[in-house]
Design a protein around this ligand. Structure first.
Ligand SMILES: [Zn+2]
Length: 163
């Protein structure tokens, strides 16, 4: 008894179709993939269902079909967020203080340190909201941000507490 050939392309034919020598095939696969799927444009969020060309009709960015890991590692993101969360916590306490006693008179390092605290808290919120974008950076870039971020926060903390 002969089994029917599967309709799905085998890994080998997929590989051949994805070869850079066949960009038209890859474009056709992308269009085929999006024919019956609701997928948001990674750039602007526009729904790419029924796309006819490998380009977002809304923001005009080129769209490509890629192989990706299912779960991107979160550790650099979480460690990078720690100083921002600290800033957010201190900002909330500072705002409670302001509500009770009014805006304190501050000068120099104290004043700029307080502004930096709010900026850090805002960046933390932005990274939390747009964490998918952060995770799309290469691990080296994430680590670089993490290290520079920690150094900046430690320097700021030392400057504010020892002036
Ligand atoms: Zn778009």
């Amino acid at each position: 008894m002969v089994e029917a050939m599967p309709e799905e392309p085998s890994p080998q034919t997929m590989h051949a179709a994805c070869d850079e020598e066949h960009p038209a095939d890859v474009g056709a696969m992308l269009v085929n993939f999006l024919r019956h799927r609701d997928v948001s444009c990674p750039c602007c969020g526009y729904n790419l269902r029924n796309l006819t060309a490998p380009m977002c009709p809304e923001c005009h960015e080129s769209i490509s079909l890629k192989v990706d890991v299912q779960h991107r590692p979160l550790h650099w993101l979480l460690i990078a967020l720690v100083p921002h969360m600290f800033s957010a916590g201190v900002s909330v306490m500072f705002l409670f203080f302001v509500i009770q006693r009014g805006w304190p008179r501050m000068h120099g390092v104290e004043k700029w340190g307080t502004y930096a605290l709010f900026v850090s808290a805002a960046i933390g919120i932005a990274i939390t909201v747009y964490h998918r974008r952060f995770l799309r950076f290469k691990p080296d870039a994430q680590l670089m941000y993490l290290v520079l971020n920690w150094i900046a926060h430690v320097v700021l903390l030392i400057a504010v507490t020892t002036h």
